[in-house]
Ligand binder design. Sequence first.
Ligand code: ATP
Ligand code: MG
Length: 466
Amino acid sequence: MKNAEHHISHPIFKTISQAADTLQLECYVIGGYVRDKIMNRETNDIDIVVIGSGIKLAEKVASILKTQVHVFKNFGTPMLKHDNIELEFVGARKESYHHSSRKPIVENGTLDDDQKRRDFTINALAIGLDNQNYGVLLDPFNGLEDIKNKIIRTPLEPEITFSDDPLRMMRAIRFASQLKFTIEDRSFKGICSQANRIEIISYERITEEFNKILLSSTPSYGINLLDESGLLSIIFPELVALKGVETIEKYGHKDNFYHTLQVLDNVSNGSNDIWLRWAALLHDIGKPATKKFTQGFGWSFHQHEIVGSRMTPAIFSRFKLPLNEKLKYVRKLISLHLRPIGLVEDFVTDSGIRRLLFDAGDDIDDLMLLCEADVTSKNPEKIKKYFKNFTKVRAKLKEIEEKDKLRNWQPPITGEIIMQTFNIPPSREVGEIKQQICDAILDGEIDNNYEEAYQFMLTLDPTTKK
Ligand code: ATP
Ligand code: MG
């Protein structure tokens, strides 16, 4: 028997032990906490499994800590918070599944039953907390060995494990990506054979795991596994559509799927922001729909940034992602992602820079990060040239920003002022005048101040036109 007392050194475990002994209950800390402690990962969620009543033990612990038990509405799981720790108490259970649902039929069970219902060997480790078992590591499936060898493996038959609860397929890949583990061969084959079962899982749950894959340090690792297993073509066909290279005459184009994954990894090296990562993932999503071959010229993806931005709300909605300013931000980055590089093809104009600053607003730094991540050429000369150009754009952005303060800029002349000056009602003309003033400032015809804008407005008098 292995002693693992050093993993339960937190004083809360003595409290739980004391409560369990008073009630004469057998209990264990199990799952993610044990795994993360062994791996030296930070962790604050503690799952306790009780042979018998979870609620009784939870109440006893709460009374010792002088705190309160909350009960999760959906699952009836008692939990309590203490300092920054979240404790959950569940009775040990035995589960059996029906084909049409991931909700099992549950019966009371032993610790052994409870460990068998866990998804992976590394998540089935338990450490005893009552005085009979205090500090004893119970590892029926060699999870410790799998942690050491960095392996994700199901404790029981993989096909059954994944068919019973298909969310586990997403979890397997998410853990592999998060922890940089390998999915053991038989378990991975199990995912491949059960991939179509993912259809009984709600997108909320799929997205929760997918976002954890996106947030891992090399997200391409997890997304490639999703692709190889067949899950990606079910949950995210738009991404799979980016795959492949076509060659006609002497003209080819890059594989936009692997390019996208490279851009995602590049962005992830510079930022942990989930929305910037979504923007990287979707930046070329409009390419398949806009792909065109022209004889003597080759391939083009004209306006793929506009089409991609338009495809994004439907994708967000399917993934149950927020349809608020986060969506707006992702769409903005997609639609602007060609602008910075376009600015330097000939020479950098002040007006191009001003317009970019105006359109990107506070997201200009993220946009530049995305654009630099977008350089995935294998030709070192090209890379050098692009980066030289980006350096020029960055310098120019800084210069114009300091001079003109165009970030989050509002034109100095409001619609109100236009209506009062010309004594006209709200109308299309007001909008047009406002736009012309705005253009004149962005194009550098007039300076960005009230006085010059006012004088310029007077030259646009709509009442003298016609
Ligand atoms: P993290 O909290 O980092 O996401 P975790 O392993 O703690 O990882 P939770 O979702 O908190 O994951 O679940 C706690 C434990 O419950 C897991 O370690 C595992 O033993 C078990 N578990 C969770 N989801 C499943 C599932 N779908 N099938 C089987 N066991 C599961
Ligand atoms: Mg957890």
